[in-house]
Structure formats: C-alpha cells, structure tokens
Design a protein around this ligand. Structure first.
Ligand SMILES: Cc1cc2nc3c(=O)[nH]c(=O)nc-3n(C[C@H](O)[C@H](O)[C@H](O)COP(=O)(O)O)c2cc1C
Length: 324
C-alpha cells in the first residue's frame, strides 16, 4: 500500500507474523528504469516472504523490472491491475489494464520468461459500472494462460471516473460471491480475496473455499491482529518463511516495541533514518489498551526527534510526564 507498507512497516509486521506473505508498495517500471533502484528495492532480510508489486504496462519494461526484483531477492512479483488513481490511469496501467486482458497476458508472459519466481496479479472484479461476471472470468482466463497461477482479487469494481482512490476502496459494493465463483471456474488456480476483511471469522469463511486472504487497512491500523495469525492459520509452519526467526506464539506488544526500538537505532546509525519514519507504522499497536492514547501521542511527537528511541519508549510508558 502506497506510503504505508514500506520496508519499515514490513519489518514491523514480520515481527507479528512470521508466515503471512508481505507486499511492497507499488513501484512503477519508470521509477526503476529512471530512478534510484536501491531506494525502491532495498529491504530487510527478515521480511521474507515478500512480494514486490509493480505498476506498468510495457512488457519489456516489466520484464526488466521483474528481473531487478528477482536479483534483489524478492520472492514474488505482483502486477497491479487494481489501482484506479488518475495518475496511474494516465500511465495506462493499474485498474484500466483490466480492459486489455491480452496486453496483461503479454506483460505476464514477458515477466514469466524473464524470472523464475512466481508472477502474480492483483486486480478488481470489474471496472466502472460493469456487472458482468464474464468480464473478470475472461480476464483471469487470458492472464492465467500466459503463466499467472495466483490472482489476488479486490472484490470491488474500480470506477475509473468520478471517485478518488479512497472512495474507490469504499463506494463500489463488495462482491465476494463473484470471487468464490471464479475459484469454482478455475479450481487449479490460487485465488485470494481482498477487500473489507477485518475479522478472523470473515477470513475463516473465505478460506473454506478460497486459497488465501489479503488484508490491507485493518492490518495496518490494528497490527496486533497479525500476532494471532501464525497459530491460527499456519499451525504447522510454512516452509521457506522467515525460519530464522523465533516463533510468534509467546509474543507480547512490549517485546515487539522493544525490538522496534532496536531496529530504529540500527536504522538511524546505518542509514540516518529518523525514528519517526518507522514509529508511524506501529501507532496502532496498543489500540484498545489503557494508556494507548498517550503511548500513541509520544510515539508521534516530532518534538522528541532528538531523543534515542529507547528514551521515547520509556516516555511512552511513563505515567506522569506531560507530553501533550
Ligand atoms: C493508503 C493505501 C495505499 C494503497 N496502495 C496500494 C498499492 O500500492 N497497490 C495495491 O495493489 N493496492 C493498494 N491499496 C489497496 C489495498 O491493497 C486493498 O486492495 C484495499 O485497501 C482493500 O483491502 P482492505 O479493505 O483490506 O484494506 C492501497 C490502499 C490504501 C489504503
């Protein structure tokens, strides 16, 4: 998620779940071709398994970007066919690509030929006011023939005119049944559902028929939810997933915060990253607990930027200091 799931956020989320797959923000092919590759692709070894999401619509550029992603060690390349923003539409990628399944198939084929890691696609169930099931069925059919075996489906249409990206995550109705129907039509494909999922009961209901669930906003705002996922959804482990890290079974919020302060100190020393650029992602960690408001205020107080993160943590848990 743009501006949210940067490498600091992913490091934090990986402390909470060893086994859920993490996704980067969307990185455009032009950012990789003309920009600072290391700035866009650098990530922490602890983040595995981590997928790089690309935005683009030129097969050769996407193949080049996918190769860079594979060289940098990503576990999966995901193509964005769901973003409705006007800027992205001007670049002719994101959700508007759903109208061009053959072009998406060409993009996927170019990437599949270029790298050996999986190429996956994230898309919507339709664009604008279209309600036709055939539209998304034919999209998945064409793209899967090009070598994509995993689809992450945001169960809403993208309305390409008249709605902001934020409204496009709220206004078009959720159509979960349509995603379930896709799985019946393509039982050999890995079908993951996304959109509006905020509780374990919903996750479990979808997992009865589908292969996976992607959670965006709720995971970001209430990150402690993730701490129960490994036991609940991957009780027998998951080969290849962050095996070097200890289990999350006995995790506490305090231990996570402690590890984050260590990470903040290392990041400051090695890359000059201010702790606030990291702490902003964990502000929901104590949601629902007594003192959560004060804790959040301290960790978002930029006037404390000269302090060592360890001292910020002490302040955040202190009872009487006035930080308001
Ligand atoms: C701030 C923000 C940034 C997002 N950026 C991306 C993105 O870069 N790529 C993408 O595929 N989806 C992006 N999304 C959409 C989410 O991945 C997800 O599809 C959407 O929020 C619905 O899922 P949710 O209800 O679990 O949040 C973004 C969402 C938000 C809130």
């Amino acid at each position: 998620m743009m501006d949210w799931t940067d490498r600091h956020c992913r490091y934090f989320h990986r402390l909470l779940t060893r086994r859920a797959r993490l996704y980067t923000e969307m990185v455009t092919t032009s950012a990789l071709i003309h920009g600072d590759v290391a700035r866009h692709l650098r990530f922490n070894a602890e983040e595995h398994a981590v997928a790089l999401q690309l935005g683009g619509s030129e097969p050769a550029d996407l193949a080049h970007a996918a190769k860079l992603g594979a060289q940098w060690g990503y576990d999966e390349i995901n193509l964005n066919c769901g973003c409705p923003s006007e800027r992205v539409q001007r670049g002719s990628f994101g959700a508007c690509l759903m109208a061009e399944p053959q072009l998406v198939a060409d993009c996927v084929k170019a990437m599949v030929d270029a790298v050996s890691i999986p190429i996956t696609v994230k898309h919507r169930v339709g664009i604008d006011q279209g309600e036709s099931h055939e539209f998304v069925r034919d999209f998945v059919g064409a793209v899967s023939e090009a070598g994509c075996k995993t689809f992450i489906v945001h169960a809403r249409n993208a309305w390409l005119k008249g709605l902001s990206p934020k409204e496009n995550r709220e206004v078009p109705p959720l159509r979960y049944a349509l995603v379930h129907r896709l799985k019946q039509e393509f039982p050999h494909l890995t079908l993951c559902i996304n959109g509006g999922i905020t509780r374990n009961e919903q996750v479990e209901e979808h997992l009865r028929e589908l292969d996976g669930v992607m959670v965006g906003r709720e995971a970001y705002h209430n990150p402690w939810w993730l701490a129960g996922w490994d036991q609940r959804y991957f009780p027998s482990g998951r080969p290849g997933f962050a095996d070097r890290l200890e289990d999350t079974g006995t995790l506490t919020r305090e231990a996570v915060e402690e590890q984050m302060t260590g990470y903040m100190a290392r990041e400051a020393a090695e890359h000059g990253t201010p702790w606030s650029a990291i702490a902003r992602h964990m502000l929901g960690l104590r949601n629902g607990l007594p003192g959560a408001r004060r804790w959040r205020q301290v960790w978002s107080d930029h006037r404390l930027k000269a302090l060592h993160p360890r001292d910020v943590m002490a302040l955040a848990h202190g009872a009487d200091q006035d930080v308001a």
